[in-house]
Design a protein around this ligand. Structure first.
Ligand code: SF4
Length: 175
């Protein structure tokens, strides 16, 4: 199958779900590339991942048998100037994809010497403006071992939701 990927946010941070989807499809013999409507032709599946509500959606046509839009950015609506998160519109990755080693080759510069992932999900703090409690639960629970996304890189970025930004040795917390 021909698989296309679109990182809607396009910020300077690797999209972890897309790296896992890429790894899973490559493992199953599919071709995976960044989707470009000018050059890609028809795809079997195009995955569009959007993390942030404030990012504009993809403005160009997508030519594919199946388009999968996912991520918190697609599940947040603005109602009366307030963000409302709709968990039913935010689909989790299947277990076998969520726990696969990410395809860091999608972001060679951003992932040079650096691994990214989650060891825990959820947060008990329930800050008024935050959707993590609804999305991931109000307990912080372990969801992965480090070996799921680290194989010796010098730096590790942990994307846990409930930690203050900190650096411990070569471990960075991104939240
Ligand atoms: S993830 Fe951060 S902002 Fe969200 S509820 Fe927890 S502490 Fe608050």
């Amino acid at each position: 199958m021909k698989i296309g990927l679109i990182d809607i946010d396009g910020h300077h941070f690797p999209n972890i779900p897309l790296m896992k989807l890429s790894a899973w499809h490559k493992k199953n013999g599919d071709s995976v590339e960044w989707y470009n409507p000018m050059f890609c032709g028809k795809m079997d599946i195009v995955y569009m991942s959007k993390i942030f509500s404030f990012t504009d959606d993809y403005p160009f046509p997508v030519y594919a048998d199946k388009i999968v839009k996912s991520g918190s950015g697609y599940a947040i609506k603005i109602v009366d100037s307030k963000e409302i998160y709709d968990k039913s519109a935010d689909v989790n990755l299947p277990y076998e994809i969520e726990h696969i080693f990410p395809d860091y080759s999608l972001y060679p510069d951003l992932t040079k010497d650096t691994a990214y992932g989650f060891l825990t999900r959820g947060c008990p703090r329930n800050c008024e403006f935050c959707h993590v409690g609804i999305k991931e639960g109000k307990c912080s629970i372990k969801v992965a071992d480090l070996s799921e996304f680290w194989n010796g890189q010098k730096n590790i970025v942990l994307c846990h939701p409930n930690l203050m930004p900190a650096r411990i040795g070569n471990i960075y917390f991104n939240n």
